[in-house]
Design a protein around this ligand. Structure first.
Ligand code: SF4
Length: 70
């Protein structure tokens, strides 16, 4: 996903690629899969995210709006 909104939020397809110098708030082990904002059904590799209407994010991805699930 090369959406400008995604780029602005530092979205990457694989959380292992997060630049922790640029995003020191990165929590080890955080991915879209364990983010509160992820939508859709478990089991799919690409799922909707409430931050990016009409787009799909990788469950292994990450962005700086990551929010822990309750
Ligand atoms: S808000 Fe959460 S689910 Fe959406 S791209 Fe960022 S980390 Fe992934």
């Amino acid at each position: 996903m090369k959406d400008p909104a995604a780029v602005a939020l530092g979205y990457v397809e694989n959380a292992a690629q997060v630049d922790v110098k640029k995003y020191p708030g990165f929590v080890k082990g955080s991915t879209c899969e364990n983010c509160l904002l992820l939508q859709g059904s478990a089991g799919n590799n690409y799922r909707p995210c409430s931050l990016f209407p009409g787009k799909l994010v990788s469950v292994s991805g990450w962005c700086k709006s990551w929010t822990p699930e309750m």
